[in-house]
Design a binder for this molecule. Structure first.
Ligand SMILES: [Ca+2]
Ligand SMILES: [Ca+2]
Length: 435
């Protein structure tokens, strides 16, 4: 598919920061780049419908461009995040290294952003950056017209959905909305998508029939076993299906499963499938959706590895063990550079303040060994931080760090300081003033 995008005229306005004069550059209908401290330039997002499992690539064929000199573009300000994770303002910040580079930013005029769903239509985001800026030379390239080619490769992981009887077949009331939002939308396209609407039951773990697939809803991490009876109760035609063809999907990606008793091609009493499921971690729901299908090709399976103890191994007297302790009580939607990062936190500590966390360690040897204590912290202000980590009153580390970044630090702890049973970990924030 070839697309031609005409860019409206840019608008510039003066702005000051740290006593210096900059220009803000705006384009009607466009947003902005969002890398804090780097030049703030117009960015546009367009949605392109793509089949299930397909990738979209973009190549710029040519552009009509003009060059402008003597510009100093205003940088993306740093958000100020206050209690509760809400952004309450912004402050000027300029990344000196980015502003001394002799290269155009953003590097590409077009790129592919996220993949997602607009109700039943799978879409990819086409990102357009019509203005590029070379900070070292102060030059702008303004692309007035951009011709590009979009290529779709791969596709259709999930089977085409069998529409339920009540669904309208001709006029989709959302067609007009899709048409406004999706570059290549053709009426009726939503019906050809492989995604089924929400036919699942309200009870987590209960599979429900939906055409040639059933939906499995889970709320906690763990290994799940689904028996022939569970599937029959959910309406799956257990006598008619070949368990070798069972496939499990999450977010359009097939996951390996274990199907016990599938070799004979029949799903008998006692046969079952197992998979490792993860809960959803968003602010809105713990429920994650897994799709089970059973038509077409054979599915991905977990490899089996023989791991008998053998007869040459000595009996272990002690061994290393890891314990992961994490509680998620507070959700912050606005986490600095938070894309793909943990938004759930145990507790907020505002200096001067300290928190204590009971830790049960079963079977501590109490010898001359060394344990590792790894702590994960996240700065909430752009100031300096000081954090002291102790266990059972023994100081393990005095950490000095800066900004709103994540900090993961591994500290060593002589085993003699650990107790077989109840231990107390302390995180102390005396305040940066003591630094
Ligand atoms: Ca069987
Ligand atoms: Ca967490």
């Amino acid at each position: 598919m070839i697309a031609e995008i005409t860019i409206p005229d840019i608008m510039t306005s003066p702005a000051t920061g740290n006593g210096q004069v900059f220009q803000k550059i705006d384009l009607r209908g466009y947003g902005y780049t969002c890398e804090v401290g780097k030049p703030r330039l117009p960015a546009g997002g367009f949605l392109v419908a793509v089949p299930e499992g397909a990738d979209l690539t973009v190549e710029v064929l040519d552009t009509e461009r003009v060059l402008r000199e003597n510009h100093r573009v205003f940088p993306v300000p740093e958000p100020v995040v206050e209690d509760g994770g809400k952004s309450t303002g912004e402050r000027f910040y300029l990344e000196t290294a980015a502003y001394s580079e002799d290269a155009y930013y953003p590097r590409d005029v077009a790129s592919i952003g996220f993949y997602g769903y607009l109700r039943e239509v799978r879409v990819a985001q086409l990102m357009i950056f019509p203005v590029q800026y070379n900070p070292a030379r102060g030059t702008l390239i303004i692309h007035k017209k951009i011709r590009l080619t979009l290529t779709v490769s791969g596709g259709t992981l999930l089977p085409v959905r069998h529409r339920p009887a009540h669904a309208p077949s001709k006029q989709d009331p959302y067609d007009r909305i899709y048409g406004d939002l999706i570059l290549n939308y053709a009426p009726g396209q939503a019906q050809r998508s492989g995604i089924s609407p929400g036919l699942g039951g309200p009870h987590p773990g209960t599979p429900r029939l939906s055409g040639q697939a059933c939906k499995i809803l889970i709320e906690t991490d763990g290994i799940y076993e689904i028996t022939r009876r569970d599937l029959a109760d959910g309406g799956v035609p257990v006598d008619a299906i070949d368990p070798r063809n069972m496939r499990l999907f999450n977010l359009g990606v097939e996951l390996p499963i274990l199907v016990v008793g599938e070799e004979d091609g029949r799903l008998d009493e006692g046969d079952h499938l197992e998979f490792f499921g993860l809960a959803n971690t968003s602010e809105y729901s713990r429920t994650n959706v897994y799709w089970l299908t059973w038509s077409g090709a054979s599915g991905k399976r977990m490899p089996e590895v023989p791991c008998g103890p053998g007869d040459t191994l000595a009996t272990l007297e002690h061994f290393m063990e890891s314990l992961h302790i994490e509680e998620d009580h507070r959700y912050y939607s606005n986490v600095y550079r938070g894309e793909g990062k943990d938004h759930w936190f145990w507790e907020q500590l505002i200096a001067p303040c300290s928190g204590t966390y009971p830790v049960t360690l079963p079977g501590v040897l109490g010898g001359s060994g060394t344990a590792e204590v790894r702590v994960g912290l996240r700065g909430k202000t752009s100031t300096a931080h000081r954090t002291r980590v102790s266990i059972n009153g023994t100081l393990l580390g005095d950490l000095h760090w800066d900004g709103m970044e994540e900090l993961e630090r591994t500290l060593t702890c002589p085993e003699v300081h650990l107790i077989d049973g109840a231990n107390m970990l302390e995180i102390d924030c005396p305040g940066s003033g003591m630094r």
